[in-house]
Design a protein around this ligand. Structure first.
Ligand code: BJW
Length: 237
């Protein structure tokens, strides 16, 4: 498959798996032994904010000890090569793309490193791990803070989603890396790109619904397959 700009890269938890960050739905993943309704819905947070905060803080501690891998770094090279003709859209909240050096990122599902006031909506960056107190409270109004992530049943930021949909419509080449593709509206983006005639390459050790309709399916771990694909397809200088 020839690489043609504009390029769009869509990533999910699998891109960080080789960094030691757990995925959600794989065996041994984050949700094994946990009820999704308890930790990934606003209702679960309303029922037991302390439990939810402990769960997120454990993830923050885990991710803080992980480093970006060769897939994250290859994506940075793509951005440097294609400039404005490159877009990265991630479902991940771990911040590893940013730590690798990616700059133009649309984060669909928020960030582990930001918290939001349940009273006035104010956002706070918080990188300290573990959190000094659980649940954290707003320094301005004293209300409880919540993780600044998007849970099931919540709307994604409209501007981010619009920008993502536009990038999917414009893209000629799309790389879909490490996502099960079962969560909407994120999973719609690869379908929009295909409908608009983009060539889509999927990178995943397991086949997904996308594998059947993608232009190319690359089996294997992202930290191996993505740099190797990029080396084979990067424009020669
Ligand atoms: C490797 C690897 C290696 C392993 N290398 N790969 C239309 C149809 C049906 C339902 C809906 C719909 N529209 C909306 C919905 C409802 C819902 C939804 O999608 N439900 C489905 C699950 C049925 N969506 C929503 O509620 C969204 N809101 C919304 O649409 O609002 C409007 C609305 C509301 C209600 C009704 C209708 C409309 C919000 C979704 C928010 C998702 N949030 C989460 C949590 C974020 C915070 C946190 O991180 O805790 O986002 S859920 C979780 O799933 C997280 C992830 O970003 C997301 C996707 O997971 P991902 O990244 O794909 O991970 P895994 O674990 O699933 O897969 C990992 C993959 O990696 C696997 O394939 C492995 O094989 C692979 N892998 N090792 C490469 N080394």
């Amino acid at each position: 498959m020839k690489i043609q700009p504009p390029i769009l890269v869509l990533t999910g938890a699998g891109v960080s798996a080789d960094s030691g960050v757990s995925t959600f739905r794989d065996a041994g993943g984050l949700w094994e032994g946990t009820r999704i309704e308890d930790v990934a819905t606003p209702e679960g947070f309303a029922r037991d904010p302390v439990k939810v905060w402990r769960w997120y803080d454990e993830r923050r501690v885990q991710v803080a000890s992980c480093e970006p891998n060769a897939a994250h770094r290859a994506i940075v090279e793509m951005e440097k090569t294609f400039g404005d003709d490159f877009t990265l859209i991630t479902q991940n909240v771990d911040g590893l793309h940013e730590r690798a050096g990616s700059r133009a990122i649309h984060r669909l599902h928020g960030s582990l490193w930001s918290m939001r006031c349940t009273g006035d909506g104010r956002r706070f960056e918080q990188r300290e791990v573990p959190l000094p107190s659980i649940p954290p409270v707003c320094s301005e109004c004293g209300e409880m803070l919540r993780p600044d992530v998007v849970w099931f049943g919540e709307l994604l930021d409209a501007a981010i989603l619009d920008a993502a949909a536009t990038a999917a419509e414009r893209a000629r080449t799309v790389l879909v890396i490490g996502t099960s593709g079962v969560v909407y509206p994120a999973a719609m983006l690869q379908l929009i790109a295909l409908e608009h005639g983009a060539r889509v390459a999927e990178f995943n050790p397991e086949r997904t619904a996308l594998s059947e309709i993608a232009t190319e399916y690359v089996a294997g771990r992202a930290a191996v397959t993505v740099p190797s694909w990029w080396n084979a397809h990067r424009p020669s200088t």
